[in-house]
Write a protein that binds this ligand. Structure first.
Ligand code: FE2
Ligand code: FE2
Length: 285
């Protein structure tokens, strides 16, 4: 079973809350066997719903799913095809629209030396990006690679394990490459600085001169989510959750230099905001 901290991280990425009390309750040393027994979900369900709400009940089931995933991976580590088939059949490995973060990716970030605060930010960006991507799919039927959205968002700041300077994009991409991450994700790390610079802007900032603009919808969703998460959690502007941050996005960027940076960057973010809002059919959760 994964350590409780992993469950806190995945809950945080899904809901914005770590549900520490719920996970501690499930892993109670005396009761843990009963509370991990999937045939008892209906027995425990009402109590969990009363204490932690509907979302908490779902997080309870996610906790069990994650534990099963880890256990089956250990058992079938050598026979990947059999394992994957079983994981898909039981809904343990979420695919397509319902992609959820892989705990091995969270471990990779921790092993790379990412600070808890940066990991927390990365999980929030992943959760926000996945929410936006699902709303884009729901609202427009657009084809969105959910795994690229989730993993790209989770890894976008990998370079912060080494530095918080502007080079963290390039350094993250190098770290990702060294760790065997796909180029589609490494490129997101490299390009996420200021939301996708042109070659001329890169020259001005002293970065390697090339085109960093974002050609994929998945990349633009991640960058939009990154900016929203900063707005929601920095405390620089008072906002009432994600829906409020999305509603007031342009005003906030116009008024806060830290978010808007300069005219070119601000216009780029406005472009992503308008494009993505135009595709979504529902408000933020
Ligand atoms: Fe960053
Ligand atoms: Fe970020």
């Amino acid at each position: 079973m994964p350590p409780t901290t992993k469950h806190l991280h995945t809950s945080l990425s899904r809901t914005g809350k770590d549900y520490a009390e719920l996970h501690a309750w499930i892993n109670d040393p005396v009761m843990q066997y009963d509370r991990h027994d999937i045939t008892k979900i209906c027995d425990f369900g009402p109590e969990i719903r009363a204490r932690f709400g509907e979302e908490g009940l779902r997080e309870y089931i996610e906790h069990l799913r994650e534990d099963i995933d880890v256990k089956l991976t250990k058992i079938w580590g050598k026979d990947a095809a059999t394992r994957d088939e079983a994981l898909d059949y039981y809904g343990i490995r979420k695919q397509g629209r319902d992609y959820t973060l892989d705990m091995a990716d969270i471990k990779l970030l921790q092993d790379a030396g990412m600070a808890a605060e940066d990991l927390d930010h990365s999980l929030k960006v992943a959760g926000r990006a996945l929410d936006i991507a699902r709303r884009v799919v729901g609202g427009s039927g657009a084809q969105v690679d959910m795994e690229l959205v989730g993993r790209g968002a989770l890894f976008h700041d990998l370079g912060k394990a080494k530095t918080h300077a502007i080079e963290h994009g390039r350094i993250g991409a190098e770290m990702g490459k060294a760790r065997g991450l796909p180029d589609t994700i490494n490129v997101i790390m490299e390009k996420h600085i200021r939301g996708g610079l042109t070659a001329a802007e890169a020259a001005e900032l002293g970065l390697p001169v090339k085109d960093y603009t974002l050609h994929k919808l998945e990349e633009r969703i991640i960058i939009y989510a990154d900016r929203l998460v900063d707005i929601i959690y920095d405390g620089l502007v008072k906002v009432d959750g994600a829906a409020d941050a999305e509603r007031r996005f342009e005003d906030i960027l116009n008024n806060e230099i830290r978010y808007g940076k300069n005219d070119i960057t601000r216009a780029r973010y406005f472009g992503y905001h308008r494009e993505i809002q135009g595709l979504m059919g529902s408000t933020a959760q």
